[in-house]
Write a protein that binds this ligand. Structure first.
Ligand code: MLT
Length: 265
Protein backbone atom coordinates (compact mmCIF):
# COMPACT_ATOMS: atom_id res chain seq x y z
CA UNK A 1 0.00 0.00 0.00
CA UNK A 2 1.48 3.40 -0.95
CA UNK A 3 2.12 5.95 1.77
CA UNK A 4 3.04 9.61 1.94
CA UNK A 5 4.78 11.48 4.75
CA UNK A 6 2.69 14.38 6.08
CA UNK A 7 4.72 16.36 8.62
CA UNK A 8 6.33 13.18 9.97
CA UNK A 9 3.14 11.05 9.96
CA UNK A 10 2.88 8.20 7.43
CA UNK A 11 -0.48 8.35 5.64
CA UNK A 12 -1.63 5.25 3.70
CA UNK A 13 -3.82 5.42 0.64
CA UNK A 14 -5.04 3.43 -2.38
CA UNK A 15 -5.24 4.83 -5.89
CA UNK A 16 -7.12 2.85 -8.54
CA UNK A 17 -5.43 4.84 -11.33
CA UNK A 18 -7.33 5.62 -14.50
CA UNK A 19 -8.42 8.82 -16.15
CA UNK A 20 -10.98 11.55 -15.45
CA UNK A 21 -11.61 13.61 -12.35
CA UNK A 22 -10.65 11.43 -9.37
CA UNK A 23 -12.94 10.89 -6.39
CA UNK A 24 -11.14 11.02 -3.04
CA UNK A 25 -13.02 9.15 -0.30
CA UNK A 26 -12.65 10.31 3.33
CA UNK A 27 -13.86 7.92 6.03
CA UNK A 28 -15.88 8.55 9.19
CA UNK A 29 -15.14 7.82 12.86
CA UNK A 30 -13.99 5.31 14.06
CA UNK A 31 -13.49 3.60 10.71
CA UNK A 32 -10.90 3.43 7.95
CA UNK A 33 -10.65 3.66 4.16
CA UNK A 34 -12.05 0.11 4.00
CA UNK A 35 -15.51 1.46 4.81
CA UNK A 36 -15.62 2.49 1.15
CA UNK A 37 -15.17 -1.05 -0.24
CA UNK A 38 -18.83 -1.29 -1.40
CA UNK A 39 -18.31 1.88 -3.46
CA UNK A 40 -14.84 1.06 -4.79
CA UNK A 41 -15.93 -2.41 -5.98
CA UNK A 42 -18.55 -0.84 -8.22
CA UNK A 43 -16.95 2.44 -9.18
CA UNK A 44 -13.42 1.34 -9.98
CA UNK A 45 -14.40 0.44 -13.53
CA UNK A 46 -15.91 3.89 -14.10
CA UNK A 47 -13.75 6.40 -12.22
CA UNK A 48 -10.36 6.94 -10.67
CA UNK A 49 -10.89 6.46 -6.95
CA UNK A 50 -8.50 7.32 -4.15
CA UNK A 51 -9.13 6.25 -0.55
CA UNK A 52 -7.24 7.70 2.40
CA UNK A 53 -6.61 6.34 5.90
CA UNK A 54 -6.62 9.46 8.07
CA UNK A 55 -3.92 9.55 10.77
CA UNK A 56 -4.87 7.21 13.61
CA UNK A 57 -6.78 4.75 11.39
CA UNK A 58 -6.27 1.81 9.02
CA UNK A 59 -2.70 1.50 7.80
CA UNK A 60 -1.65 5.05 8.66
CA UNK A 61 0.49 5.99 11.66
CA UNK A 62 -1.41 6.63 14.90
CA UNK A 63 0.54 9.22 16.91
CA UNK A 64 0.04 8.87 20.68
CA UNK A 65 -0.03 12.61 21.29
CA UNK A 66 -3.62 13.86 20.94
CA UNK A 67 -2.34 17.30 19.93
CA UNK A 68 -1.29 15.68 16.62
CA UNK A 69 -4.98 15.46 15.65
CA UNK A 70 -7.13 18.32 14.36
CA UNK A 71 -9.36 18.91 11.35
CA UNK A 72 -6.50 20.83 9.76
CA UNK A 73 -4.16 17.85 10.32
CA UNK A 74 -6.75 15.54 8.74
CA UNK A 75 -7.21 17.94 5.80
CA UNK A 76 -3.41 18.05 5.42
CA UNK A 77 -3.37 14.22 5.33
CA UNK A 78 -5.82 14.29 2.41
CA UNK A 79 -3.92 17.09 0.64
CA UNK A 80 -0.67 15.14 1.06
CA UNK A 81 -2.24 12.16 -0.71
CA UNK A 82 -3.80 14.31 -3.45
CA UNK A 83 -0.43 15.94 -4.17
CA UNK A 84 1.48 12.65 -4.02
CA UNK A 85 -1.01 11.16 -6.52
CA UNK A 86 -0.37 14.11 -8.85
CA UNK A 87 -4.02 15.21 -8.77
CA UNK A 88 -4.85 18.84 -9.51
CA UNK A 89 -8.58 18.76 -8.76
CA UNK A 90 -10.74 16.03 -7.28
CA UNK A 91 -14.26 15.37 -6.09
CA UNK A 92 -14.08 14.87 -2.33
CA UNK A 93 -16.54 12.42 -0.80
CA UNK A 94 -16.68 12.39 3.02
CA UNK A 95 -19.03 10.66 5.43
CA UNK A 96 -19.71 12.18 8.85
CA UNK A 97 -16.26 13.01 10.29
CA UNK A 98 -15.09 12.69 6.68
CA UNK A 99 -17.56 15.50 5.91
CA UNK A 100 -16.03 17.67 8.66
CA UNK A 101 -12.67 17.06 6.95
CA UNK A 102 -14.17 18.05 3.57
CA UNK A 103 -15.33 21.40 5.02
CA UNK A 104 -11.82 22.05 6.36
CA UNK A 105 -10.27 20.97 3.05
CA UNK A 106 -12.58 23.38 1.23
CA UNK A 107 -11.53 26.27 3.51
CA UNK A 108 -7.84 25.57 3.01
CA UNK A 109 -7.48 24.10 -0.46
CA UNK A 110 -10.57 25.05 -2.50
CA UNK A 111 -8.64 25.29 -5.83
CA UNK A 112 -8.08 21.51 -5.52
CA UNK A 113 -11.83 20.78 -5.15
CA UNK A 114 -13.88 19.97 -8.27
CA UNK A 115 -16.95 18.83 -6.35
CA UNK A 116 -18.16 17.64 -2.95
CA UNK A 117 -20.18 14.69 -1.70
CA UNK A 118 -21.25 15.30 1.90
CA UNK A 119 -22.78 12.18 3.43
CA UNK A 120 -24.43 11.84 6.86
CA UNK A 121 -22.65 14.88 8.21
CA UNK A 122 -23.35 18.26 9.79
CA UNK A 123 -21.98 21.77 9.38
CA UNK A 124 -22.31 22.78 13.06
CA UNK A 125 -19.52 22.51 15.64
CA UNK A 126 -20.06 20.43 18.80
CA UNK A 127 -22.30 21.97 21.49
CA UNK A 128 -20.89 21.85 25.07
CA UNK A 129 -22.72 18.61 26.01
CA UNK A 130 -21.27 16.81 22.96
CA UNK A 131 -17.76 17.98 23.90
CA UNK A 132 -18.30 16.64 27.42
CA UNK A 133 -19.48 13.30 26.04
CA UNK A 134 -16.43 13.02 23.79
CA UNK A 135 -14.14 13.79 26.76
CA UNK A 136 -15.67 10.93 28.75
CA UNK A 137 -15.34 8.64 25.71
CA UNK A 138 -11.63 9.55 25.51
CA UNK A 139 -11.28 8.64 29.18
CA UNK A 140 -13.16 5.37 28.64
CA UNK A 141 -10.87 4.37 25.76
CA UNK A 142 -7.71 5.40 27.64
CA UNK A 143 -8.73 3.35 30.69
CA UNK A 144 -10.51 0.32 29.21
CA UNK A 145 -9.63 0.16 25.50
CA UNK A 146 -11.89 0.55 22.46
CA UNK A 147 -14.27 -2.41 22.75
CA UNK A 148 -17.06 -0.90 24.88
CA UNK A 149 -17.21 2.24 22.77
CA UNK A 150 -17.01 0.33 19.48
CA UNK A 151 -19.89 -1.94 20.57
CA UNK A 152 -22.00 1.05 21.63
CA UNK A 153 -21.31 2.94 18.40
CA UNK A 154 -22.15 -0.09 16.25
CA UNK A 155 -25.60 -0.11 17.86
CA UNK A 156 -26.05 3.66 17.77
CA UNK A 157 -25.03 4.34 14.19
CA UNK A 158 -27.09 1.78 12.28
CA UNK A 159 -30.80 2.01 11.49
CA UNK A 160 -33.29 -0.38 13.09
CA UNK A 161 -33.71 -2.00 9.68
CA UNK A 162 -29.97 -2.68 9.37
CA UNK A 163 -29.52 -3.71 13.01
CA UNK A 164 -32.47 -6.13 12.83
CA UNK A 165 -32.17 -7.50 9.32
CA UNK A 166 -28.59 -7.24 8.01
CA UNK A 167 -26.32 -9.18 10.40
CA UNK A 168 -23.48 -9.24 7.85
CA UNK A 169 -23.44 -5.41 7.78
CA UNK A 170 -23.53 -5.21 11.60
CA UNK A 171 -20.57 -7.63 11.79
CA UNK A 172 -18.61 -5.74 9.13
CA UNK A 173 -19.17 -2.37 10.84
CA UNK A 174 -17.90 -3.74 14.16
CA UNK A 175 -14.83 -5.20 12.42
CA UNK A 176 -14.14 -1.85 10.76
CA UNK A 177 -14.20 -0.21 14.21
CA UNK A 178 -11.17 -2.24 15.34
CA UNK A 179 -8.85 0.75 15.21
CA UNK A 180 -6.00 1.93 17.45
CA UNK A 181 -6.97 3.52 20.79
CA UNK A 182 -4.70 6.46 19.90
CA UNK A 183 -6.78 7.04 16.75
CA UNK A 184 -10.03 7.04 18.75
CA UNK A 185 -8.67 9.50 21.31
CA UNK A 186 -7.05 11.71 18.67
CA UNK A 187 -10.11 11.89 16.38
CA UNK A 188 -12.38 12.67 19.36
CA UNK A 189 -10.00 15.54 20.17
CA UNK A 190 -10.14 16.76 16.55
CA UNK A 191 -13.97 16.59 16.48
CA UNK A 192 -14.30 18.39 19.83
CA UNK A 193 -12.23 21.29 18.57
CA UNK A 194 -13.55 21.53 15.02
CA UNK A 195 -14.80 24.90 13.83
CA UNK A 196 -18.39 25.59 12.84
CA UNK A 197 -18.71 25.33 9.06
CA UNK A 198 -22.22 26.80 8.76
CA UNK A 199 -21.04 30.14 7.43
CA UNK A 200 -18.96 28.43 4.73
CA UNK A 201 -21.94 26.73 3.09
CA UNK A 202 -23.17 29.60 0.91
CA UNK A 203 -19.61 30.12 -0.38
CA UNK A 204 -19.38 26.57 -1.75
CA UNK A 205 -19.51 27.06 -5.49
CA UNK A 206 -18.59 23.61 -6.79
CA UNK A 207 -21.22 20.94 -7.62
CA UNK A 208 -22.33 19.22 -4.44
CA UNK A 209 -24.30 16.10 -3.55
CA UNK A 210 -25.69 15.72 -0.03
CA UNK A 211 -26.62 12.18 1.03
CA UNK A 212 -28.28 11.03 4.24
CA UNK A 213 -29.86 7.89 5.63
CA UNK A 214 -33.52 8.54 6.44
CA UNK A 215 -33.01 6.93 9.88
CA UNK A 216 -29.68 8.62 10.65
CA UNK A 217 -29.98 9.31 14.38
CA UNK A 218 -26.59 10.98 14.80
CA UNK A 219 -26.78 13.52 11.97
CA UNK A 220 -30.49 13.40 11.15
CA UNK A 221 -31.91 14.36 7.73
CA UNK A 222 -32.73 17.95 8.93
CA UNK A 223 -28.99 18.61 9.16
CA UNK A 224 -28.44 17.45 5.58
CA UNK A 225 -31.45 19.46 4.42
CA UNK A 226 -29.86 22.55 5.93
CA UNK A 227 -26.58 21.87 4.09
CA UNK A 228 -28.51 21.31 0.85
CA UNK A 229 -30.57 24.50 1.26
CA UNK A 230 -27.46 26.64 1.83
CA UNK A 231 -25.27 25.25 -0.97
CA UNK A 232 -26.63 26.65 -4.22
CA UNK A 233 -27.44 24.05 -6.88
CA UNK A 234 -26.70 21.10 -4.57
CA UNK A 235 -28.62 17.84 -4.80
CA UNK A 236 -30.06 15.92 -1.86
CA UNK A 237 -30.48 12.15 -1.75
CA UNK A 238 -32.32 10.63 1.24
CA UNK A 239 -31.82 6.87 1.52
CA UNK A 240 -34.84 5.04 3.00
CA UNK A 241 -34.26 2.62 5.90
CA UNK A 242 -30.55 3.51 6.18
CA UNK A 243 -28.95 5.00 9.30
CA UNK A 244 -25.73 6.98 9.80
CA UNK A 245 -23.52 4.64 7.74
CA UNK A 246 -25.67 4.90 4.63
CA UNK A 247 -22.93 3.80 2.20
CA UNK A 248 -22.56 0.48 4.06
CA UNK A 249 -26.22 0.00 4.96
CA UNK A 250 -27.57 0.44 1.44
CA UNK A 251 -24.64 0.50 -1.00
CA UNK A 252 -26.92 0.14 -4.00
CA UNK A 253 -28.88 3.32 -3.25
CA UNK A 254 -25.74 5.21 -2.21
CA UNK A 255 -23.85 4.16 -5.34
CA UNK A 256 -26.81 5.05 -7.54
CA UNK A 257 -26.89 8.63 -6.20
CA UNK A 258 -23.10 8.90 -6.49
CA UNK A 259 -22.92 7.56 -10.05
CA UNK A 260 -25.68 9.94 -11.16
CA UNK A 261 -23.86 12.89 -9.62
CA UNK A 262 -20.47 11.92 -11.05
CA UNK A 263 -21.82 11.90 -14.59
CA UNK A 264 -21.27 15.65 -14.78
CA UNK A 265 -17.48 15.36 -14.29
C1 MLT B 1 -18.68 9.68 12.39
O1 MLT B 1 -19.48 8.84 11.96
O2 MLT B 1 -17.72 10.06 11.74
C2 MLT B 1 -18.90 10.23 13.77
O3 MLT B 1 -19.92 9.53 14.39
C3 MLT B 1 -19.16 11.69 13.75
C4 MLT B 1 -19.34 12.31 15.09
O4 MLT B 1 -19.20 11.64 16.12
O5 MLT B 1 -19.63 13.53 15.14
Amino acid sequence: MPTVDVNGVRIAYQDSGGSGTPVVFVHGFPLSAEMWDPQIEVLDDRIRSITVDLRGFGNSDAPDDRSAYSMSDFAADVKGVVDEAGVERAVLCGLSMGGYVCFEFWRRYSPSVAGLVLADTRAEADPPEAIEKRTSQQQQVAERGIDELADALTNALLSATTAGGKPDVVKRVRELMDQPAAGYIGALEAMKNRPDSSSDLTGITVPCLVIVGEEDGLTPPEMSRKIHEHIGGSRLAVIPEAGHLSNLEDPQAFNGALIDFLERF
